[in-house]
Ligand binder design. Structure first.
Ligand SMILES: C[S@@+](CC[C@H](N)C(=O)[O-])C[C@H]1O[C@@H](n2cnc3c(N)ncnc32)[C@H](O)[C@@H]1O
Length: 393
């Protein structure tokens, strides 16, 4: 099911988008500026939330220091990004302009009311949720807790650990890629990578684009995107071999690639499809190494590459495909991290295969690796401004 923002098509000319609710945050330091200017800037950490806002959505402002909620406001614009915004030393480049609806109401001890409604300020509120919050601000009787106040499928979370798990291939009001395409990528992986490693307007490359999930995610998040495949499935994918990309050197800000994992999936009959070579054959890694070299060539210095890959267990033979790809990648790139992506909706995750796995003592694949690396730079990278501590248990 897609997120709840879309209304059923109607006869009248009104927008077919149902307004949702967003709680923006401020501190004692920023509250005055925000309430006076009716501009709600947020830092990079909340950029993804700001970009989810559409004009006419309900906006609330929550002061984290004083636990006070203000509102309701209406978004005048969709979420904006301005890297030159001088405000608060340029640390808040994402913003929305809002307008008031009557007087601005103020709710003290807001966290108590939010918790009674079952809402966190990090949630995406449905129209029903936004209206419940407005009625609390207006001093009306507290509405009952309701699961329908939150739209959990509107956007995936931005993960803070190296274990990523999300139940759906797509999210939001428009499909991302085609979930019927064999080996389609879960869209939340690309969403997380672009919000971590790029800014709006940056160029993202997918050299093995399949059904175009990367294109759909990037467009919605306002990144430029270029996608290739040996057999394009749609007009915005360009026919090319990922080992010879028609791109200049040093132009790409982020590469995402979900390559074949061997010959386990039949994508197409093209003779240059690397997915014809089994993962037990060293040639498979040699050909993917050519893709790595080509990606490295077109990437800017310090640009990041995320490579999604799974291991193989077939006919009694285990092949650590992920580890072998990691080994090849680190010949050309500096490692950043490895994320474990939980595999859901696997074709093999059926009672039949579960019982076979126990009977014959093997494991079904439960995760994929997302290997994150970067193109090295001759320049020294900036030291992280974080005070590191050692914690004792
Ligand atoms: C796992 S799928 C990609 C899925 C895609 N990210 C999506 O969400 O639909 C791998 C893709 O690699 C493509 N491919 C295989 N060999 C290729 C090559 N030499 N050059 C470009 N694409 C290739 C296949 O056609 C297939 O579409």
């Amino acid at each position: 099911m897609l997120a709840q923002r879309l209304k059923a098509p109607s006869q009248d000319n009104s927008s077919n988008i149902t307004p949702m609710g967003f709680i923006f945050v401020c501190t004692d330091k920023s509250e005055k500026y925000m309430l006076e200017s009716l501009t709600f800037p947020q830092s990079k950490a909340y950029g993804h939330r700001v970009f989810a806002v559409k004009p006419e959505d309900y906006i609330f402002l929550y002061n984290l220091d004083s636990d006070t909620l203000y509102g309701p406001f209406l978004a005048e614009t969709e979420g904006q990004y301005d890297p030159n915004l001088e405000l608060f030393e340029g640390k808040y480049p994402y913003y929305v302009k809002v307008k008031t609806i009557g007087d601005i109401k103020k709710l003290k001890n807001a966290s108590i009311f939010l918790s009674k409604l079952g809402i966190s300020w990090r949630d995406y509120l449905t129209n029903k949720g936004a209206r419940a919050l407005i009625s609390v601000l207006e001093g009306k009787a507290l509405p009952k807790k309701d699961e329908g106040y939150i739209d959990k499928d509107y956007r995936p979370p931005i993960f803070s650990t190296t274990l990523w798990d999300y139940p759906k291939q797509s999210y939001g009001t428009t499909p991302k890629g085609n979930n019927k395409y064999p080996g389609v990528t879960p869209a939340f992986i690309i969403y997380n990578l672009i919000w971590r490693y790029t800014k709006p307007g940056d160029l993202v490359l997918d050299p093995m684009a399949g059904s175009g999930t990367t294109i759909d995610v990037c467009k919605e998040e306002r990144r430029r995107v270029i996608a290739f495949d040996i057999v394009p499935t749609r007009k915005d994918i360009i026919q090319a071999d990922a080992r010879a990309l028609p791109l200049k050197d040093g132009v790409v800000d982020l590469v995402f690639i979900d390559s074949p994992y061997g010959d386990n999936i039949k994508y197409n009959d093209h003779p240059r499809n690397i997915g014809h070579i089994p993962a037990t054959d060293e040639r498979f890694y040699d050909e993917l190494e050519k893709v790595m070299v080509e990606c490295n060539r077109v990437m800017k210095e310090r640009a990041v590459l995320g490579w999604l890959i799974g291991d193989q267990w077939a006919k009694g033979v285990f092949v650590p495909v992920g580890l072998k790809i990691y080994e090849r990648l680190t010949k050309y790139f500096e490692p950043i991290d490895i994320v474990c992506v939980v595999r859901r909706n696997q074709a093999s995750n059926t009672p039949f295969w579960q019982s076979k796995a126990l009977q014959h003592n093997f494991f079904l694949r439960g995760f994929k690796y997302l290997i994150i690396v970067k193109k090295s730079s001759k320049r020294k990278s900036k030291e992280l401004n974080i005070k590191w501590n050692f914690y004792e248990r």
